[in-house]
Ligand binder design. Structure first.
Ligand code: PLP
Length: 390
C-alpha cells in the first residue's frame, strides 16, 4: 500500500480570491452560491508538490529563472515515459505562462486575421475566446463527425485545427486510430494541428467513465505537417494559479520563432519558478496522489450516474472517459435553460454551468472535482431543479 490521501475533508476556499467561489457573482450575478463551475478542483495539490514548494520558498531568493534546464525537461520526459509509454524529444520543449497563452501565440504565428480555425463542438469557451478574440474564424465540427472534419479542413483558408485531447467538455478520449486519421487529414490539407492535452492526466480506468481508454500524445501520430502539443500539470495537480505550462513544437523553425516571440515580443524570458518546481515534483513524485484523486473523482462521477439514473433513467447518463466535469445532456427532458438556471440559482443556491457557454444549449456541466459531500449537494439540487422545471 502506498500513501493514503484525504479528499473528503472540506478546505474552505472562500476569501482566497479564487474564481470558483469568490468570483461566482461574475458569472451568475449572485454571491454565495455553491459553485460547480470553472475547471479547477477544491482539493489541495499533492503533498509532494506542496513539500517541494515549501522547500523552494524556504530558500527565499525568488529571482529570474529559466525553464531551459534539464531538471524541468527530464521531469516531463519521465512523465511521458512512465504515464504514456511515450518517448518525447526534449529538444522540442517550449515553455509558456499558460496553455491558453501558448494557444494564442501559436494562432498568431500560424494564421492571419480572417483565417479558419477548426475546433470540435461543443467547444471549451477558452478556445472560442482565443480564436474569435484574435479575429480568426471559428469553424465547428461535431465531435466524432469525421466527414464534417474533412470538409472543414479542406477549405482553402482553414489553417489550424485546435484539438482538445481529451475533449473538454465531453470528456471524450480519442483513440489512436481517430488521432491517426485526424493527423492524416490535417497533413493532406496542409492544416497545422495544436493539440491541447491539459486533461490527459485525468483519463479514467475501465471501471469508471468508460472503456478504459488510454491517452495517446499527439507526438505519437504526428507526421511531417506543422504541429504543437500544449499542456500543463496544472489541471490534474490543481495548481493553475501558479501559472506555467509547456509545449512541444515539431518544426525547429517554428519552435525558434515561438521562443523568440515569448522572449522578445511578450517579455517572458523568465519563467514562473514555483510552477517549474511544482511540475518537477508532480511529474517525479506525484503519480500516487494523481491516481488517488482520479479514483476519488471517478467515485464522484459514479455517484452522479447513480442519482441521475434513479431520477431520470431516460437520460442514460454515463460518466465521462476523462476529467472531473460531468457533461449532462438534458434535452430528452425538454428543460428550458433559462428556467432551469433561475431555479438553480434562486431556489437551490448553486452555480452549475449551462451548456450554452460551450455552444450546446440543453446541456449542463457540473464540476465534481470536490469532496463527495459537495457533490451530493450539487446533484441533489440539480435533480430537484430539473424535476421542478421539466
Ligand atoms: C482544454 C483546456 N485548455 C486550457 C485550459 C486552461 O489552461 P491554462 O490555465 O494553462 O491556460 C483549460 C482550463 O479549463 C482547458 O480545459
Amino acid at each position: 500500500m502506498g500513501a493514503t490521501y484525504d479528499f473528503d475533508t472540506v478546505v474552505d476556499r472562500r476569501g482566497t480570491w479564487c474564481v470558483q467561489w469568490d468570483g461566482v457573482a461574475d458569472r451568475f450575478g449572485v454571491d454565495g452560491l455553491l459553485p460547480f463551475t470553472i475547471s479547477d478542483m477544491d482539493f489541495a495539490t499533492a503533498p509532494e508538490v506542496l513539500a517541494a514548494l515549501r522547500a523552494r520558498l524556504e530558500h527565499g531568493v525568488l529571482g529570474y529563472t529559466t525553464w531551459q534546464q534539464d531538471d524541468f525537461r527530464s521531469a516531463i520526459a519521465h512523465w511521458y515515459a512512465t504515464r504514456y509509454d511515450t518517448t518525447i524529444d526534449t529538444g522540442q520543449l517550449v515553455y509558456g505562462p499558460s496553455v491558453l497563452n501558448q494557444l494564442s501565440q501559436l494562432l498568431r504565428m500560424w494564421t492571419e486575421e480572417g483565417d479558419g480555425v477548426v475546433v470540435h463542438t461543443p467547444t471549451y469557451d477558452g478556445f472560442r475566446k482565443a480564436i474569435t478574440g484574435l479575429g480568426r474564424e471559428l469553424r465547428g465540427v461535431p465531435v466524432g463527425d469525421e466527414e464534417a472534419l474533412e470538409r472543414e479542413l479542406s477549405r482553402p483558408d482553414a489553417k489550424v485545427l485546435v484539438l482538445c485531447s481529451p475533449h473538454n467538455p465531453t470528456g471524450r478520449v480519442w483513440t489512436v486510430d481517430e488521432l491517426a486519421r485526424t493527423a492524416a487529414l490535417a497533413e493532406r490539407y496542409g492544416v497545422a494541428v495544436i493539440s491541447d492535452e491539459i486533461h490527459a492526466d485525468f483519463v479514467h480506468e475501465g471501471d469508471a467513465g468508460g472503456a478504459g481508454r488510454v491517452h495517446v500524445p499527439w507526438t505519437r501520430v504526428a507526421g511531417d505537417g506543422r504541429w504543437a502539443l500544449i499542456s500543463s500539470g496544472s489541471k490534474a495537480f490543481n495548481f493553475p494559479a501558479l501559472t506555467g505550462s509547456y509545449g512541444l513544437i515539431g518544426d525547429p523553425a517554428d519552435r525558434a520563432e515561438f521562443v523568440r516571440r515569448m522572449e522578445t515580443g511578450e517579455g517572458l524570458a523568465s519563467s514562473a519558478v514555483l510552477s517549474l518546481t511544482a511540475h518537477i515534483a508532480a511529474y517525479r513524485e506525484g503519480a500516487a496522489w494523481l491516481d488517488a484523486v482520479r479514483a476519488y473523482v471517478a467515485g464522484n462521477l459514479g455517484y452522479v450516474a447513480e442519482r441521475l439514473g434513479e431520477a431520470f433513467p431516460e437520460l442514460g447518463w454515463e460518466p465521462p472517459q476523462a476529467g472531473y466535469l460531468a457533461w449532462i445532456d438534458l434535452r430528452p427532458l425538454g428543460v428550458d435553460d433559462e428556467e432551469l438556471q433561475r431555479v438553480l440559482v434562486e431556489r437551490e443556491g448553486v452555480a452549475i454551468m449551462g451548456g450554452a457557454v460551450y455552444g450546446a444549449p440543453g446541456f449542463v456541466r457540473l464540476n465534481v472535482g470536490c469532496p463527495r459531500e459537495k457533490v451530493v449537494r450539487g446533484v441533489s439540487a440539480l435533480v430537484r431543479a430539473v424535476g421542478a422545471v421539466r
